[in-house]
Design a binder for this molecule. Structure first.
Ligand code: EPU
Length: 468
């Protein structure tokens, strides 16, 4: 698998790019489709490795999948649950296996065995809220260690029954797990302090088509009614607001102009407001948003990440890179993850003037105040990035580094493509199409029998063929 590419920076991005379907929506819908034994047809399915891994996990359970990757269409059906033991080799692959608990608990009395979940390395990412939500619906969730590998065992000895779930924090996937379990739990399930990200609303739309009575009430409360009869569904996956914003920021930062087809204003309001505050140009048009450089970017911004409708934590890293090009000081406070600013050390090495702080800067104290995590930063701009060699540590920091490379005059070598491939469809080709000078580097042949270092997700995906 290719893993390294080089970018010659300083070239403005120009043209038009089409945003793919949202990774954080389709992967959840694939899990949700397993609530039913009817076929589901998806369009706008992104051709990314996180979908690949999710498909493999679902196939382990019994899903049949036809995926036309070129057309972005997928037909899935899970006529019966063949296996409720997600192989340990999926441990660390992505975070979707954890949703198998919510999706399958009401469909089988077999224990659902799920290896400890992965995803990007951006903090400890516990699943205590998931466990609490499922237990309040009558499930038993135990953490056990088998042959030094740990896994969750979830079962519902007396079946699931609806209840009121009070989430301590509006976690995206804990909300999704509670929704999925609620679809087959007796009576009504009420999820209070739920997350209401656009991807969750898209999941709700999908579930309503599937036959579920489900709605979002005031104050982020979600109601789900027990469902016994399911329908065939056709669903177009919403477009990826993270990819859309990423191209927008890259266009502005390179002093270019890009029409991002499929960017949806309604899902990007907070982002667009922040962009406007720093003098980033955008124009909402039919079918997308055009992003353009309209003169010097202004700093002086305070940006705080939050749950929806706040500023999405996945926009934070590329926005920080954009702020390095703005005149003056800006302050960023990451309140969703305690450990999502580590990438800034590499930006410093590349020439950015960035300082990290453990204090909550600029806003209300968050959950991480006095906990000694570097979760705030101050940026002074503008600075010029120096080209060099960089290693991507996770998906969103990965795009931030690509932006830094696009801004740096000269050639930067970037390795760790597999992280980007988890969530950005055909990124290299799309950037080439926008005029950037970016190309793959030759990989040295690995000696026979020697494992090439690659991301866990691709290793897990391959190993699913050999796992029991
Ligand atoms: N949390 C707990 N306990 C739990 C669950 C969450 O303490 O049981 C904490 C987390 O540690 C974190 C916070 O709650 O501090 C929010 O985490 P959340 O559960 O909302 O995150 P997630 O559902 O695991 C999804 C996306 C992330 C995105 C976040 C926030 C997927 C597959 N992942 O993660 O996306 O950053 O919501 O919006 O949907 C990405 O796409 O690159 C990505 C990391």
């Amino acid at each position: 698998m290719k893993s390294t590419f080089k970018v010659r920076g300083g070239v403005p991005l120009e043209g038009r790019v089409k945003v793919a379907g949202a990774k954080n929506a389709i992967t959840k819908m694939l899990a949700a489709s397993m609530l039913s034994d009817k076929p589901c047809f998806f369009s706008n399915v992104p051709d990314i490795s996180d979908v690949e891994v999710t498909v493999k996990v679902c196939e382990e359970v019994g899903m049949q999948v036809d995926w036309d990757r070129e057309k972005g269409r997928m037909r899935v059906i899970t006529k019966e649950i063949k296996n409720t033991h997600i192989p340990l080799c999926f441990s660390g692959a992505n975070r979707i296996p954890i949703l198998m608990m919510g999706a399958l608990l009401g469909r089988t009395r077999e224990p659902i065995i799920v290896p400890t979940v992965g995803g990007c390395n951006i903090g400890p990412r516990p699943i205590d809220f998931h466990v609490m939500a499922l237990e309040s619906l009558g499930a038993v969730v135990e953490h056990r260690t088998i042959k030094k590998e740990s896994a969750y065992f979830a079962y519902s000895p007396d079946g699931l029954r609806g209840s009121i779930i009070d989430l301590p924090y509006p976690s995206v996937m804990a909300t999704e797990n509670a929704i999925l379990a609620g679809c087959r739990a007796k009576g009504k399930t009420v999820i209070r302090n739920a997350a209401v990200e656009p991807e969750i609303i898209d999941l709700i739309l999908f579930l309503q088509k599937l036959g579920v009575v489900i709605y979002v009430d005031v104050a982020r409360t979600i109601y789900v009614q027990e469902t016994q009869f399911f329908h065939e569904v056709e669903h177009e996956v919403l477009t990826d607001r993270i990819e859309a914003a990423s191209f927008g920021m890259a266009a502005i930062g390179t002093k270019g102009r890009v029409f991002v087809e499929g960017a949806t204003q309604a899902d990007m309001i907070t982002f667009l407001n922040k962009l406007r505050k720093i003098n980033g140009g955008f124009s909402v048009k039919k079918g997308g948003i055009e992003f353009f450089y309209q003169g010097g970017l202004k700093g002086g911004l305070h940006l705080e990440t939050d749950v929806h409708p706040g500023f999405l934590t996945d926009w934070q890293q590329p926005f920080v890179v954009l702020l390095t090009q703005a005149h003056g000081y800006s302050v960023v406070h990451e309140t969703v993850y305690e450990n999502r600013l580590g990438y800034a050390h590499t930006l410093k090495e590349m020439g950015a003037d960035v300082e990290l702080f453990t204090q909550c800067l600029g806003g209300r104290p968050c959950r991480f105040s006095s906990r000694n995590y570097e979760h705030s930063l101050i940026i002074k701009g503008p600075t010029q990035f120096c080209p060099g060699k960089i290693n991507i540590p996770d998906l969103r920091a990965g795009f931030a580094y690509v932006m830094a490379a696009l801004f740096a005059p000269g050639v930067t070598t970037v390795s760790g493509w597999h992280y980007l491939n988890r969530g950005y469809e055909h990124l290299i080709e799309k950037l080439q199409q926008l005029g950037s000078s970016i190309e793959w580097m030759e990989e040295p042949d690995s000696a026979e029998g020697e494992e090439v270092l690659e991301d866990r997700s691709s290793i897990e995906a391959k190993c699913s063929l050999s796992c029991p």
